[in-house]
Design a protein around this ligand. Structure first.
Ligand code: FAD
Length: 460
């Protein structure tokens, strides 16, 4: 260890204690980083501090500013965009010790918890009280509340409960100069803009989230799910649009294109698409909405309950372990790209992105996270090449094609994974004039630029 890193370690030891400091490789689950590691690029070993208490976080940040050392907060490490990719000489703040659920208010339906609380542990804690956060990213068991906020995440039940921005009422944050901002009163305020929202999606670029105040919901007393087979994609998308625009708020609604339906083991006539949809609430409400869904599915084939039951059994199957194991064979590549667009754009977006990502392998798409105005198109692609270089090129070409298509068609380049390094080249294209606002905020809050240099593609 060099004298600079010895000094760094000693000074941080004085803040958090020796037992709360380790030297370790840290990264998220960005497939390109996993592929590069597989090809022999040794991961950086960086100093990881595990503070307990707000004062320790503030002291670490002040220390980082004084020494111009880049610092990245670590949640569950389940991000998929390379936002978490510290290099040698940088510092990581592991928020794992901030794992307390501080209060569940069963009358006002709020929950206050620390940012290191695991997403699934929180959901289970709420379920025991007949409540739910209603936030179910497929990666939930590997996430933390801080990470869910910082990536602007969205879950499988977002059509009913909304995404993280709809669930967060307030945040407690520590800024790089060590100053603190607490959650403001709820349930809503018109005292200026909702400034805590700047932290939702900022990927650790503005400071450290310590706590969140979240809206929670009573668990629905009844849930009814079914599958419908559509002759083609436009018919399935039309049904989704009609369902949302009639005011039905399904708990889950996902339309699988023919390839994705077949890949997931659903048996449909050739070219057919599968809509899995569940309604929820009081029994009579869930039933009435289920009937409305059936009506709006028109000529689709009613496939009964089985597709819904099957989806439930497999809803968390795409885990970190599964993703990592898919990337084990040399030359293999796999990733997912989640875009969002208005209903009128989705058919073109589907055709263009499928074409771009299916050059030499698997290409799947499903539609979920529906709004009255449009929804998310979630693409999966995978393939294998003879060499690591060729695999990387094929992977990069797929991304280039998908991002270019999204921008040309007016779709967003990310519905819920965020940007990190994976979308660095395209962030400014989507943000346009808003880049000036982001830069001004970043410059004002983090003038020395120590907070996660890879947040939002590293744009300052
Ligand atoms: C198999 C798989 C499926 C997935 N499915 C979904 C999905 O359905 N929906 C979805 O939205 N995402 C999904 N993701 C992506 C990922 O789980 C989310 O981005 C999640 O929100 C990351 O949370 P985390 O705690 O793991 O954050 P991390 O990966 O640890 O960090 C993510 C970013 O947040 C920052 N950060 C973390 N904690 C804090 C804090 N306390 N203060 C400030 N900054 C912080 C980090 O610096 C980093 O920039 C999936 C990932 C995988 C691997």
């Amino acid at each position: 260890m060099g004298s600079k890193s010895t000094r760094m370690r000693q000074e941080l030891e004085a803040i958090v204690g020796a037992a709360a400091l380790t030297l370790a490789p840290v990264r998220d689950l960005w497939p390109l980083a996993i592929m590069e590691e597989r090809a022999g690029r040794e991961p950086w070993r960086v100093l990881v501090a595990r503070p307990s208490g707000r004062e320790q976080v503030a002291s670490i940040l002040r220390w980082a500013v004084a020494h111009r050392v880049a610092v990245t907060p670590l949640g569950g490490g389940s991000g998929v965009c390379g936002a978490l990719a510290p290099e040698g000489g940088e510092l990581v703040i592991d928020m794992g010790a901030f794992d307390r659920i501080l209060e569940v208010d069963e009358t006002n339906l709020t929950c206050r918890c620390e940012s290191g609380v695991n997403g699934m542990a929180l959901e289970e804690h709420l379920n025991k009280r007949g409540l739910t956060l209603g936030h179910f990213p497929s990666s939930l068991p590997g996430t933390t509340v801080g990470g869910l906020c910082s990536t602007r995440s969205s879950g499988q039940e977002s059509s009913r409960y909304g995404s993280i921005e709809d669930l967060v009422m307030g945040l407690a944050v520590v800024m790089p100069d060590g100053t603190f901002a607490a959650p403001r009163p709820g349930p809503r305020s018109a005292v200026g803009p909702a400034l805590h929202e700047l932290w939702l999606g900022s990927e650790g670029g503005l400071g450290v989230i310590l706590e969140a105040v979240l809206r929670v919901h009573r668990l629905p007393t009844s849930v009814m799910g079914r599958g419908y087979g559509f002759a083609d994609l436009p018919a399935g998308l039309e049904a989704m649009r009609a369902i949302m625009q009639t005011g039905v708020r399904p708990l889950v609604m996902r339309l699988y294109d023919p390839e994705d339906a077949a890949f997931n083991g659903y048996d449909l006539p050739s070219g057919g698409c599968l809509l899995v949809v569940a309604t929820a609430g009081l029994e009579r409400v869930a039933r009435a909405e289920a009937e409305a869904v059936r009506e709006m599915s028109g000529a689709a084939t009613d496939l009964g309950e089985e597709p819904w039951l099957r989806w439930q059994r497999h809803r968390f199957d795409l885990s970190a372990e599964r993703l990592t194991s898919l990337l084990e064979p040399p030359g293999s590549y796999v990733d997912t790209i989640e875009l969002a667009a208005p209903w009128t754009v989705l058919p073109d977006l589907h055709a263009r992105v499928k074409h771009a990502i299916s050059a030499d392998g698997l290409a799947l798409c499903h539609f979920s996270h529906a709004y009255e105005q449009g929804c998310c198109a979630y693409f999966t692609f995978a393939g294998a090449r003879d060499t690591e270089d060729e695999a990387r090129s094929a992977y990069n070409r797929a991304w280039e094609g998908a991002m270019t298509s999204a921008l040309e068609l007016g779709a967003t380049i990310s519905h819920h994974h965020g940007t990190g390094q994976s979308r660095a080249r395209w962030v400014a294209d989507e943000m346009g004039g808003w880049m000036r606002v982001w830069r001004a905020v970043k410059e004002a809050i983090d003038p020395s630029g120590v907070m996660n240099p890879r947040a939002l593609g590293g744009v300052r």
